[in-house]
Design a protein around this ligand. Structure first.
Ligand code: FAD
Length: 383
């Protein structure tokens, strides 16, 4: 059932995105440039602060509304990857930070004066298995000294603040493997040469970097919550992230379907529209239904999250189903466009590359299968 407020939100986001068409995104992609103008426009409109409570200057909306925003952005052909983390990275701070920390940072994040759109979790030897995190934050008086390396840290060069997951107790000294990890807010403006950042070239324009910490000093007051409980704090943020990125996949899926069905209806081969051939129309219809189904699971997960559900089942399933549905739609669109699918001017090949990311990140789909097999269906764990 459609919700009038959501419909209004969709229309407004669609209107904003219409100023940034395929040419804009294509040029950014070719130059590997950060889409500053687009991100500034979203910030000014307040959308990136939609999850921040009104008391801190945000819109005070729920994850359901954030889903609408991100879905529409991607449906327009834009790439939410440039900005989505400004919406949800602050969730770790909002849910687990002290009142003092929230008061210090959230109003400036809400206004866009401060960008908190980098979160540093992944390491060369700690991707799917976060408990292998080696970056170490050693307590020395009123500070922590951080040494280590992170990889694939997106938007760090466009952030003032970064959420960092680091080990504070060696892995061999903790009872539970998820213990001994802590979360910090790192002020990148004060880091100087204690942080070195270098881009990682990828098949999409995503501003992902490797980050080295050379004895970076972080004030103890910047630790979020209790020392050693960081894994739980990060996971609570990841549930929101999975639902939101599922929405980007849903948006991508609709983007491909919109374009493929239009093209199939217009393109004439052998004297008739290619879309009149069932070999062309069926894969598009098939992918469309998968996207609708994934959107329904995403909606259910978003509603549950907003109602306080902490489990990861819904967010994981939404992310898995939406990423696969988008990928099916991407391939249907590629086939429909024939050779033109590969020509950058049609916007299919760029989106095809972008949609592929979500099968791997923010969590690889095999890990979702493992979660459902063991946590939902109760089968034995393999790791
Ligand atoms: C463009 C991009 C942006 C990113 N941005 C960020 C970011 O901002 N911050 C951040 O912290 N991270 C970020 N990441 C990292 C991302 O979260 C990881 O790539 C992802 O979690 C997978 O980790 P990995 O690449 O080390 O793969 P690995 O853990 O090495 O896994 C490799 C493959 O093996 C499979 N596999 C592993 N173990 C099992 C198992 N037990 N059973 C079955 N299959 C298994 C996985 O499914 C995967 O397909 C980003 C990645 C990319 C590509």
């Amino acid at each position: 059932m459609s919700d009038p407020f959501h419909d209004e939100l969709r229309t407004a986001v669609r209107a904003l995105c219409s100023d940034y068409g395929n040419d804009y995104w294509q040029a950014a992609d070719e130059a590997s440039a950060y889409p500053h103008e687009f991100v500034d426009a979203l910030t000014e409109a307040g959308y990136l602060a939609c999850l921040i409570p009104e008391a801190y200057g945000g819109m005070g909306l729920g994850v359901r509304e954030a889903c609408v925003i991100l879905e529409e952005i991607n449906r327009s052909g834009a790439n939410s990857g440039a900005c989505h983390a400004q919406m949800y990275t602050m969730g770790t701070l909002l849910r687990h930070g002290s009142d003092e920390q929230k008061g210090r940072y959230l109003p400036a994040i809400a206004s866009g004066e401060l960008r908190l759109q980098a979160f540093a979790v992944t390491e060369p030897d700690a991707g799917s298995d976060t408990t292998r995190t080696r970056t170490f934050a050693e307590r020395r008086g009123d500070r922590y000294v951080v040494k280590g390396q992170k990889v694939f840290i997106s938007r760090v060069r466009q952030s003032d603040l970064m959420i960092l997951l680091a080990r504070t107790t060696p892995r061999e000294k903790v009872e539970k493997r998820t213990g001994g990890l802590s979360v910090f807010i790192v002020d990148l403006r004060e880091a100087g040469d204690r942080i070195r950042v270098g881009p990682i070239g990828t098949m999409i324009n995503h501003e992902s970097c490797e980050v080295f910490f050379d004895s970076l000093e972080v004030p103890a007051e910047n630790r979020i919550g209790e020392e050693g409980s960081g894994f739980r704090y990060i996971m609570s943020g990841m549930n929101a992230e999975r639902i939101l990125l599922a929405s980007e996949s849903v948006g991508d899926g609709f983007y491909f379907i919109d374009r493929a069905s239009d093209y199939a209806s217009a393109r004439r081969v052998f004297g008739r529209a290619i879309g009149a051939n069932q070999g062309v129309q069926f894969p598009i219809a098939d992918a469309y239904m998968d996207i609708r189904a994934a959107a329904a699971v995403r909606d259910e997960a978003a509603r549950a999250f907003d109602a306080g559900e902490k489990r990861g089942d819904g967010p994981n399933m939404a992310k898995y189903l939406a990423s696969r549905a988008a990928w099916k739609a991407a391939n249907a669109a590629m086939d429909t466009f024939g050779g033109w699918g590969m020509a950058s001017e049609y916007g299919i090949e760029r989106k095809f590359r972008e949609a592929r990311l979500y099968l791997i990140a923010p969590v690889a789909n095999n890990l979702v299968l493992s979660h459902v097999a063991t946590h939902v269906l109760g089968m034995p764990r393999s790791f």
